[in-house]
Design a protein around this ligand. Structure first.
Ligand SMILES: CC[C@@H](C(=O)O)C(=O)SCCNC(=O)CCNC(=O)[C@H](O)C(C)(C)COP(=O)(O)OP(=O)(O)OC[C@H]1O[C@@H](n2cnc3c(N)ncnc32)[C@H](O)[C@@H]1OP(=O)(O)O
Length: 308
């Protein structure tokens, strides 16, 4: 406040007051009259009633890589309420998976996800803010898992599907796939947290452009936008692409000890969300102390590695 107050002589008192009240006014405009915290348990019970599809989780202790599949192929893997609850449950399991290093999020039958299941959406038109609260909790936990995560974008990744892929650390895209934040064309802002994540990923300008244009991008365009980290350059059967994506994750980011990989990811998440330099450094120092002088460091020292 004192730094802000020092600009009063330059700005004038009225303009200064307006500057202070603007964020509150903006918040009120955006938030309406809602004030109470959402009860996620009650929302979960309500969402479970919207059936259809499933989310399937496979965890491999050997490789430390899990695969979470969106499974609603008749509707291009769009999400029902039941699928949202299943995803939340699986993330709770993954949060405690000590052998884990990585997670691939993909869809069955050659599509990632075409957003919210419109059959569900039509029945849940009274329940938007509640569903958003549930998805915000789930996708924040997905983003903050102590695993390196990658979304495999095949076929269609639209609306909520595009939101979903921003809750992973990386995105791999098949060369013929398409991705777009089409919510604005459906008369909506984002419901599953992508505005917040896009601003953090790319800054205000690009987030605004992606969200207000509703543009659907090819793989090459998405890579130019920085939305995608790797394109599968040659066409393969969707299941082969899943296997290539898993290997991409394993060979790039999951080669080392699970405890060490999880500590590195958890430290990155902590630095990202704490916003406090001193606190962040304390967590980083603790993590370092845990591995310093440990077996992996000693083995590496003995191996006299040349990092060519
Ligand atoms: C709350 C979520 C919200 C958010 O806030 O983020 C959103 O997600 S908004 C975005 C919602 N998604 C859409 O609006 C996608 C609408 N669908 C399409 O644009 C097209 O289907 C497609 C994805 C471009 C694919 O086109 P095409 O290849 O021509 O296939 P079909 O159109 O024939 O689709 C096959 C089949 O799948 C059904 N489908 C597709 N997407 C959805 C969906 N999101 N929900 C329910 N069903 C979906 C489509 O209706 C077809 O079924 P049948 O009509 O029974 O053949």
């Amino acid at each position: 406040m004192s730094a802000l107050a020092s600009i009063v002589p330059y700005l004038g008192l009225t303009a200064f007051r307006r500057l202070l009240t603007l964020p509150k006014a903006l918040a009120a405009r955006l938030m309406g009259s809602t004030s109470s915290e959402p009860n996620l348990q009650t929302i979960r019970e309500e969402l479970e009633k919207f059936e259809g599809g499933s989310i399937d989780l496979e965890m491999d202790d050997q490789s430390g890589i899990a695969i979470m599949m969106l499974n609603n192929p008749r509707r291009l893997n769009s999400l029902t309420g039941k699928m949202m609850v299943e995803m939340a449950n699986h993330i709770t399991v993954l949060e405690k998976w000590s052998a884990g290093k990585g997670l691939v999020l993909a869809g069955v039958s050659g599509n990632f996800c075409s957003g919210g299941d419109l059959t569900f959406v039509r029945k849940a038109l009274h329940y938007g803010e509640e569903m958003a609260a549930f998805q915000h909790d789930t996708l924040t936990r997905l983003l903050n898992l102590p695993l390196v995560s990658v979304a495999l974008l095949q076929g269609h990744t639209l609306g909520g599907g595009a939101e979903l892929c921003t809750a992973c650390d990386f995105r791999v895209m098949s060369s013929s796939a398409r991705v777009g934040f089409v919510q604005i064309k459906m008369g909506l802002p984002t419901g599953w947290g992508a505005t917040t994540r896009l601003v953090r990923l790319f800054g205000r300008q690009k987030a605004l452009a992606l969200l207000t244009s509703g543009k659907v991008f090819s793989a090459e365009e998405a890579q130019n936008e920085g939305l995608v980290d790797h394109i599968l350059s040659y066409a393969l059967h969707p299941e082969e692409e899943l296997s290539v994506c898993k290997n991409w994750l394993a060979s790039n980011y999951c080669q080392y000890d699970a405890d060490l990989t999880q500590t590195v990811k958890a430290s990155v998440v902590h630095c990202d969300i704490s916003g406090d330099l001193v606190d962040s450094l304390k967590v980083e120092r603790k993590a370092f102390g845990k591995f310093w002088g440990g077996p992996a460091q000693k083995a590496a020292l003995d191996a006299k590695i040349k990092h060519k």
